[in-house]
Design a protein around this ligand. Structure first.
Ligand code: SF4
Length: 464
């Protein structure tokens, strides 16, 4: 059988999965393979799956049905399934889709190339570990060789797993307990990225605040990590997601405020404004505590952008409890919120609360009301920025209008401004004056060019 030469990875789910796919791509490129965009051109198709989103299993099995036909016309092709769905469904995947060559779990990413090599001779294989290799540093090492999507901006996973047990969440059972990568490894990776021209680094973890607690046996090391990353030459913007409100310490808030490279942006998932619902969700904090943390962060970090996550229709949520959420959301005055309608995930506590599920029509109505409050505060935040000068990291031409450039402010807000010079390259830094605020973006005009991109690979933006 010929050695596969091309590969493609289809990623479902969150930034952690996106970054896992970058690590997988790094390993296959190191094996001499070439990434391609479409499954029809690929000798190897990998599905990096997620269980968080609704109908995740339907999406996976329908995608697998599509590659079955491709594999029938090209028997040399290999198909692999990894990620959270692989960890959860295990043997079921190859029972349902017998043409899948390899199934690998969330702790077995490093073994994917070897499993695929063996599968050519041994037939379909599955490798699922319940926990990471005791040497977690070894497990994460390929992050150094990840093929990153953007040369000026990178993700870096600092921990795997989660020690919490939120009632609606499948992550702890598919990703296992928290394991932190050693601080020195992270700094080595960050320095390497900065030397390659990365100027924006987003630190990833299920609960970044507790980073390092497993290493020290006591206090988390997250504030130290932020301060140390702030000293890496070349890193100009450091972001992180997600912190857990119960673990966001004063030390972390001070480290954010005192480290110039750390952006004035905080994603702090509230989930509900009702103490009873928060308890049922097993979130580990009440509204008062959340408000105190937010007040402290806003009082210390100037011009802080705050975003959140909210779940509507958690089992048993009453009209009064939903009204409490509306009130807290209005008081907290978020810049943006990601809103989700509760849907049960098999294997979670909340999935067993079926007697208390809320009727769809009622949830839809609550969702609409919540969106109205959130859209209003998002718009007010953006309108308040009109006239300000924002430092913008250029991403490229606007998707809707190639005469406009899109980029992100230090607060992480999307901004579009007209092309004034060509080429304006992705990764460049410019000052832009805000001229208009819409709920989900800003408009502006360039007032000063600060610097071009620092990475070596030139990415022309194709603007005539
Ligand atoms: S903190 Fe809660 S919601 Fe987040 S990954 Fe852990 S269990 Fe899931």
């Amino acid at each position: 059988m010929a050695t596969p030469k091309t590969f493609t990875i289809r990623t479902f789910g969150c930034q952690m999965n996106e970054h896992d796919s970058e690590r997988l791509a790094g390993m296959f490129v190191a094996e001499g393979m070439t990434p391609v965009d479409s499954e029809t051109e690929a000798d190897l198709v990998i599905f990096n799956t997620c269980t968080i989103r609704e109908n995740a299993d339907l999406k996976l099995y329908s995608a697998l049905g599509h590659v079955k036909a491709l594999k029938e016309s090209n028997p040399e092709m290999q198909v692999a399934v990894g990620g959270c769905m692989a960890q959860k469904d295990r043997g079921k995947i190859q029972e349902v889709a017998g043409w899948v060559d390899v199934v690998f779990g969330t702790h077995n990413i490093n073994q994917a190339p070897e499993l695929l090599r063996r599968a050519k001779f041994e037939g379909p294989l599955m490798e699922i570990w319940e926990a990471p290799d005791p040497q977690a540093a070894v497990e994460m090492a390929p992050a150094l060789y990840a093929v990153r999507e953007l040369p000026y901006s990178a993700w870096m996973t600092i921990q795997t797993g989660c020690d919490n047990s939120c009632a609606y969440c499948i992550v702890p059972s598919v990703r296992g307990a928290e394991i932190s990568r050693p601080l020195e490894d992270l700094l080595t990776e960050a320095r390497m990225l900065a030397e390659a021209g990365v100027t924006e680094l987003t630190v990833l973890g299920q609960n970044v605040n507790s980073y390092g607690r497993d290493i020290t046996g006591r206090s988390p090391l997250f504030p130290e990590l932020l301060r140390s990353l702030g000293e890496v030459d070349g890193l100009e913007r450091i972001r992180f997601t997600s912190p857990h409100p119960k673990d966001l310490s004063s030390e972390t808030i001070r480290a954010m405020a005192e480290t110039p490279a750390v952006c004035n942006q905080l994603h702090l998932p509230l989930q509900s404004g009702s103490d009873r619902v928060l308890t049922a969700m097993r979130r580990g904090y009440h509204v008062d505590r959340y408000r105190r943390i937010l007040d402290e962060a806003r009082s210390i970090i100037p011009d802080l952008c705050v975003t959140t996550d909210l779940i509507v229709g958690f089992p048993g949520e009453t009209d009064e409890e939903f009204e409490e959420t509306l009130k807290v959301v209005a008081d907290c005055n978020f810049d943006l919120a990601y809103t989700f309608i509760f849907s049960p995930r098999e294997g979670t506590r909340a999935a067993l609360m079926s007697d208390d599920f809320i009727p769809d029509e009622l949830v839809a109505e609550r969702f609409k009301r919540l969106k109205q409050v959130l859209d209003r505060s998002a718009l007010l935040h953006h309108e308040a920025r009109v006239g300000l000068i924002e430092e913008v990291l250029v991403e490229g031409p606007s998707r809707r209008n190639d005469q406009m450039i899109s980029g992100r402010t230090r607060q992480g807000k999307l901004i579009h401004f007209p092309v004034t010079q060509t080429p304006m390259r992705a990764g460049a830094l410019v000052n832009v004056k805000v001229t208009h605020g819409a709920p989900y973006h800003l408009l502006g005009e360039e007032v000063a060019f600060i610097r071009g991109p620092k990475h070596k690979t030139r990415i022309p933006l194709n603007i005539s």
